[in-house]
Design a protein around this ligand. Structure first.
Ligand code: NAD
Length: 419
């Protein structure tokens, strides 16, 4: 593997592409092409900090494949952002968009920074300068960023404003996941977590699990994990464990999620929640539950802990939460129904697609319309992937990858090779 891309998530993702390509007998030229992104932009840029000092940051925008439509993918602010990880996430976006049948290619971006250590004004300067650095590499018909780990609606508003100031007119469709007041979509904020739970509902039917009597654990209490926990609680699922970057909480009788929201809002942490016990965040993954949702970061389920997983359904809210080695063990175990990331967390990009269409048309849909269309597209994808899994005798992850890659390959073949 060429050293510039090397990273654990990239290695894992290429291994998954290879495994899938083998299983579906993918055209060898397409297989070789998809190992690398079309383009990768690396920028370094200075930001004046509040104390007057100047810091240099590294930023990335990786565009993997745009055969089926404009590049699309989130922007991540985290300390472990690098070229290889960003590339792997862009590769997964290509498959995810194809799998969902939405007309986008795959991209991803990020800045290597701990956003919790920056003030609001430092974050604003960082976002605007990063946007300015990649301004010729994004656009409403070219590459459309969205929020991911460490970025929010506000980040998207600053990106949209920087892009629009540069063009001299409002260009809302350049980003998705922006606030409603500037053309954002209803439900975009909730879409990923809600979609994860729609997939859990579909999987529960397959394994004859009554969610009204089920228990769950969620790692991550941000955009995805928080909303997934809220929806599960509304469905009557007993959420017994929640973890975030600082630690986890465990309550065998169930956590009242609205009360936890209030506790988090007033204390800034989930820890110390009345009626629960503080535990290690990694212990959340090993709780005996019906539904486990990793919704934080990648690589958390690995060779060291995969044998200790005690769930019936594993719904991957996060991107790449299972390493390639652990995935092999899950396939051998065969006792856990895995809803792979490209399917489980596709609600985000699906409502991003709805937001993009609304932004281009300046015509906005009701929350009910969006929710119905989200559920329809996600359940359609679930059924298709489950059929591939049954018909071809492969696990759900391989099936999802096969289904997505087959669509990308078909589009590449019909467009042909330029020149
Ligand atoms: P977020 O920043 O809103 O929340 C991240 C959460 O994970 C926080 O609770 C944080 O404390 C926790 N966390 C971070 N590092 C951790 C660690 N090492 N151990 C335990 N917990 C940790 O991010 P998000 O938008 O909810 O994204 C979470 C995951 O979902 C990411 O993998 C992201 O790529 C994926 N995802 C997000 C979206 C979206 O629409 N936001 C869409 C698809 C996939």
């Amino acid at each position: 593997m060429e050293m510039e891309w090397d990273d654990p998530l990239y290695r894992s993702t290429v291994a998954l592409f290879e495994h899938t390509a083998e299983a579906m007998d993918l055209d060898v030229n397409i297989r070789r092409r998809l190992r690398h992104p079309d383009r990768a932009v690396i920028v370094t840029f200075p930001i004046r900090m509040d104390d007057g000092s100047v810091e240099i940051f590294h930023g990335y925008r990786v565009q993997h494949n745009n055969t089926r439509g404009p590049f699309k993918g989130g922007v991540r602010y985290a300390l472990d952002v690098n070229l290889g990880e960003t590339t792997a996430l862009a590769m997964l976006m290509t498959v995810k968009c194809a799998l969902m049948g939405i007309p986008f290619g795959g991209a991803k971006g990020g800045v290597r920074v701990d956003p919790t250590k920056l003030s609001r004004s430092e974050l604003q300067r960082l976002t605007r300068r990063f946007t300015a650095e990649i301004i010729n590499d994004i656009g409403p018909n070219f590459d459309i960023p969205a929020p991911d780990m460490g970025t929010t609606q506000q980040t998207m508003a600053w990106m949209m404003d920087t892009y629009s100031q540069n063009k001299g007119r409002a260009v809302p469709a350049v980003v998705t996941g922006k606030p409603i007041s500037i053309g954002g979509s209803l439900l975009r904020n909730q879409a990923t977590g809600r979609g994860v739970v729609y997939m859990v509902e579909d999987a529960a039917r397959e394994v004859n699990l009554d969610l009204g009597k089920a228990s769950a654990a969620v790692q991550g209490f941000g955009n995805v994990g928080g909303e997934a926990a809220r929806r599960l609680h509304q469905l009557g699922v007993k959420v017994v464990g929640i973890g975030d970057v600082h630690g986890g909480i465990h309550a065998p009788d169930g956590i009242d999620i609205p009360l936890l929201d209030a506790h988090f809002a007033s204390t800034g942490t989930i820890l110390g929640f009345p009626g629960s016990e503080d535990i290690e965040t990694s212990a959340i993954l090993e709780l005996p539950v019906d539904v486990l949702i990793p919704a934080a970061t990648s690589g958390v389920i690995h060779e060291g802990n995969v044998a200790r997983l005690r769930c019936r359904i594993l719904a991957e809210g996060a991107n790449g939460p299972v390493t390639a080695a652990a995935d092999g063990v899950l396939r051998e175990r065969g006792d856990i129904f895995v809803i792979p990331d490209v399917l489980a967390n596709a609600g985000g990009v699906t409502v991003s697609y709805f937001e993009w269409v609304q932004s281009l048309q300046m015509f906005f849909w009701s929350a009910d319309e969006i929710d119905q269309r989200l559920r329809q597209l996600m359940s359609r994808a679930f059924t298709e992937v489950h059929e591939v899994s049954r018909d071809r005798g492969v696990d759900m992850r391989t099936a999802a990858m096969m289904h997505g890659l087959a669509r990308v390959a078909e589009a590449m073949k019909v467009r042909g090779l330029f020149p």
